[in-house]
Design a protein around this ligand. Sequence first.
Ligand SMILES: Cc1ncc(COP(=O)(O)O)c(C=O)c1O
Length: 401
Amino acid sequence: MSITAQRMSRIKASPSIAISAKAMEMARAGRDVIALSAGEPDFDTPDNVKIAAMRAVIEGRTKYPPITGVPELREAICRKLERENGLNYAPDEVLVCNGGKQVIYNALTATLDPDDEVVIPAPFWVSYPDMVLLAGGTPVVVETEAANDFRLTPQRLEEAITANTKWLILNNPCNPSGAVCSAKDLAGLAEVLRRHPHVWVLTDDIYEHIIYGGEPFSTMAQVAPDLHERTLTMNGLSKAYCMTGWRIGYGAGPKELIAAMSKIQSQTTSGVSSIGQWAGVEALDGDQAFIEDNVTVFEQRRDLGVSILNQANGLSCNSPGGAFYLYVDCGETIGRRTPDGGTIENDGDFAKYLLESEEVAVVHGEAFGLSPYFRISYALATDRLEEACMRIQRACASLSG
Ligand SMILES: Cc1ncc(COP(=O)(O)O)c(C=O)c1O
């Protein structure tokens, strides 16, 4: 008899983390692997944030923190939401968690009953469906299309909603597609949600600041204030502030929901590292200029990646408006033969072929719920990105048939 609970058979380990671990293992064995699989900026955490953390240690802010977050950080989050998003939240409507990931986990665990459904547009961040399954709910995956820049349409949303729908998860800008929903797009989705008052919205805004030109960032509670009372606005410091290792995320929403999420946190991980939280206060209140500098670099890398990959035989991708990923269509490589006599049957085979033949790690589209694609992250040094994209071109040129 297995030691593991039955619910464990419903979920899998994060595929993007598994592929990155494999790439790291190959690199440790001396291979010149280029990992385009990890979702984290290569830039370092800003010095003012590091100094704030050191100050917290020296000043002895090292005791158990409050479950919900240190008051100074919750207040800084409220100021941020007001300043940047025009949203009014009181500190007791905010919960600080161990990264954005725990916000989502707490929210789903606190709200899903058996039979509850969660609408998830695909391609999606790999963890959403598994978190829903772990919480006992049912993910309802809704495909989007490259022709519509992978944005969810009101019609598709309408079709996916049933009497059992509890949440819509909206990730804007999107990992893995980089798609950005404009205020107009969100207003169209809000129209549908108004017709279904039992559906809540979880907006994952973690890539908020990584957005290029044109479209300014918008979030649901701002575009549709009447939905504020059934929206959980999730965000965090991992991506824009280059703080993936610090584990600071937050959710803002109605008091009853935040209290239920805190209850879970109180019985599981307790409050987030006090040192990270003090660093978080400085990140939100301190100088923000570096974000724009980093985004300029990301934009140049996006353009480089799009240009090289669109010249690869059998690949195509659009130029996304945000995040630091490209979601590349590899449909034309399906059925082609590799130099060692194998056949590319699906995007998993294609990713495996890239890793084995050119030592480039990417994540296959199946992991994100939409095939045949693969995702690259361009959050790595520009010369390594260029080298990796040239290797991908070479791998494509070596396919036959
Ligand atoms: C869309 C999305 N949401 C949430 C997260 C989790 O962020 P954190 O590292 O703050 O837990 C990630 C991280 O990759 C992500 O891509």
